[in-house]
Every structure is written in C-alpha cells, then in structure tokens.
Design a binder for this molecule. Structure first.
Ligand SMILES: [Zn+2]
Length: 412
C-alpha cells in the first residue's frame, strides 16, 4: 500500500491599496484588457486549433511593442484563448471585454506577506506597490504555501487581488485497513492488517433510539393537529424544539465518531473504508421503508465527519459497494442466516459471527480484493478536479478564470 500526493489549491481575495497614484495601475489594466480584446478579435475567425507556440508567433512582438512584458503576453494569449473557447461553447457571440482585470503570473509580481505588500511589474517597466488590506490572521495559513499566479481587478473604485496558493499534501502510507460498518444500533470500527489479522475492534452505540423518540413526538403532535400545527405558534415551537434536539444529537454523535475514527486510523496508519451510501440506496430502491428505517441522512452525516477528520490528518478514505456485506459468509460466500441475537451463521460452512463484526470482515475483504495489487486509490475530499476553479474565485466568463494554464511557453 502506498501513500499519495495531492495538490490543494486555494485563492485568497483581498482589497489592495496602491501606494501613490492609481493612474499607472489603471493604465495597465486598460492596456491589458485591450490587448486581450485584440487577440480575441484576431483569433475569433480562426477555426483551426491554436497552439501556444502559434499564438506566441502571432502576437508576441505586437504585445511587446505595447510595452508589455513577456509573461504578460503569455497570460494574455492564455486568457484570450480560453475566453474564445468558452464563448464559442456558450453563446457563440464574440466576447466584448469591459471589466478591468488582469491575470499576472509569479514572474511579474513579488508578494511580501511579512509586510503585506504586493509589488506588481507593469508595462514600460513601471512598478506599483500595493498594500493588502486584510486581517493578518487570514494570511497566516498561507505562509507555508506557494503562490503562482494572481488576478488584479478594479471594481467600483477599488482594487482587489486574488492570489492563488497551492500546497502539496503527502498522505500517509497506509499500513492497515479500518473497516466501518454503520447500522441502526452501532457504528463498528475494526482494524485489519493486510494479511487479515484484526488488531482492534471498537463499537460505538448510536443515538438512533433517542432520535426516534423525538421523531415520534413530532409525529404525535402533527397527528394531533393535522391541519393547524404549522399555524399555532406554541405547537410549531414544540415541533421545532424536537427538531433542534435531533439536529444536536446527530451532529454531536457524528463529530465524536469522526474524531474517534480518524484518531484510530492515524495511530494505526490505516486507510479508512466506508460503505458507499449511494450504492446502498440503489441496492435497496424497492424497499420504500428503507430510507426511513435506516436513517440514511444520519449515516451521511457520520460519514461526512469521518471524511472531514480524515482529511485534516491527511488520511486516505475509500468507499466500497455495500452489497452483501451483511448477508454473505466471509469464509465461503454462502448465505448467512440469523442465529440468535445479532449473531449470524453460515449454513454451508458453519461460520458463526457477530453481525457487526462480520460486516466489517466483508468490508475489509471487498477492499483488499480490489486494491491489494494496485496500491490504494484514496479519495481526497478537497482536491480540486483538474478543470475546477480554486475556491473563492467563481468562474467568470469575462475573465476566463481557469487554473489549468501553467505551461511555460518559453520552454519549447
Ligand atoms: Zn460459509
């Protein structure tokens, strides 16, 4: 089993105040916008695929003549090209740029987080210093990250900067597997070594019964006032009170379970295996009562907290199809039948086991049979998809904010 490397991207958007006059920065933003427009206008009619090399050949010297820097030019083609592509894919109308916004790569700025000062390299070798206006605490976490690109904007008389940060997260190399079974009465955590030895078993009683009690109260009240409960303040308040209790109980429990699981997994270097609840639902579509009975929403909440706590500790999480985990014999694959209170027995081979523990064996086995040979494909809940914008920057067609253009034109 091997560890994985993940790249985490995040954008920090802050207001920025130029030291001295605004003129040069505004002039730069206008020049930049007009340059993007020029490129868009000229490539709009071209149907062939434009490589970066070609764009460079077509526009580099013109953009240099405007007083722009080499990396400004690169950002301008990148911008123009993605603008054109998204416009063709959407409205089909040629974009007309109005907003003042420029994307600048790391070669054309210097960020000094100690003094909260950003220096931008503009056209004609001008430089401008901007003071970042934001509480220091917001910036603190990014100190250990690297930054590679930013966007400067002028909106309603103010300058804004979005700085893109990234960091590489190395997830721990898992040595054991922690299988988690969720059911009405218990959450069962079992840790197995790759050769199938169980080294730890923990059962956490769920508060399902308490939750049900509050649910029953709500239903009773609603039955008593079938038409009017919504409109009588005291009745509505009583219902809300029970609803609030359900919410608190379930979140409390989910947080605790997430914490316990991630702590155990961390200590034992485990990859965490959960049942895929979507598949659980699909497999049980016919059973109308299923959703209600099982409290799927509650399991989702628990899994959310487990995944969150795992992510905080750089642990891997994987999901398996839950089909058969509580009905198949882990020894011979035969069908299990009830044999007393929470005990299952295999008619074929005589296997006898606790219902919850048996489920964890099956979960563990499912995972191992899939992943033992080809490493551990973990799930990184916060790793952005390759074509997704960094958080904090909503996709805006005018500005063509994508994060995928990090190739260097000048290498080839
Ligand atoms: Zn069996």
């Amino acid at each position: 089993m091997r560890g994985e490397e993940l790249v985490v991207n995040e954008a920090l958007k802050v207001r920025a105040l130029p030291e001295g006059s605004y003129d040069k920065l505004l002039e730069f933003l206008r020049l930049y916008r007009d340059a993007v427009q020029i490129v868009v206008d000229r490539i709009w009619g071209i149907d062939e695929k434009l490589s970066w090399k070609k764009l460079h050949r077509l526009f580099y010297s013109d953009l240099m003549r405007l007083g722009l820097r080499a990396h400004h030019a690169k950002e301008i083609y990148v911008n123009a090209k993605s603008l054109m592509e998204s416009a063709k894919g959407n409205s089909g109308r040629k974009p007309v740029l109005r907003k003042l916004s420029a994307r600048i790569d790391k070669y054309d700025y210097k960020l000094d987080l100690d003094n909260m000062v950003l220096t931008l390299k503009l056209h004609n070798n001008y430089e401008v210093k901007l003071r970042l206006v934001t509480p220091r605490e917001r910036v603190e976490k990014f100190r250990s990250w690297s930054n590679y690109e930013l966007v400067v904007k002028y909106e309603d008389g103010e300058f804004w900067v979005s700085i893109y940060f990234k960091r590489i997260v190395k997830s721990l190399k898992p040595r054991t597997v922690i299988a988690i079974d969720l059911n009405f009465g218990n959450v069962t955590l079992a840790i197995y070594t790759p050769d199938g030895r169980r080294v730890r078993l923990k059962k956490l009683k769920t508060p399902h019964k308490k939750i049900l009690t509050h649910k029953i109260w709500i239903e009773k009240i609603q039955k008593k006032y079938p038409k009017s409960w919504r409109f009588i303040k005291g009745v509505r308040k009583a219902i809300e009170k029970h609803g609030e209790r359900i919410k608190n109980i379930s979140w409390d429990y989910a947080h605790k379970t997430g914490n316990t699981t991630a702590k155990l997994a961390f200590r034992h270097h485990s990859v965490i295996i959960l049942e895929d609840l979507e598949k659980l639902r699909e497999n049980n579509k016919k059973d109308k009562e299923f959703n209600k009975k099982l409290g799927l929403w509650f399991y989702r909440r628990i899994q959310f907290c487990i995944e969150y706590e795992a992510m905080e500790r750089n642990l891997q999480v994987a999901k398996i199809d839950p089909r058969g985990t509580s009905s198949k014999c882990p020894r011979c694959g035969g069908r299990l039948v009830e044999d007393g209170y929470r005990v299952l027995r295999c008619r074929k081979c005589g296997f006898i086991g606790d219902r919850d523990v048996t489920a964890t064996i099956n979960i563990y086995k499912k995972y191992i049979s899939k992943h033992s040979r080809c490493g551990v494909p973990g799930v990184a809940p916060n790793a952005p998809k390759p074509d997704e914008n960094p958080s904090g920057m909503q996709g805006n067609r005018d500005e063509a904010m994508t994060t995928s253009n990090h190739m260097n034109l000048y290498e080839s």
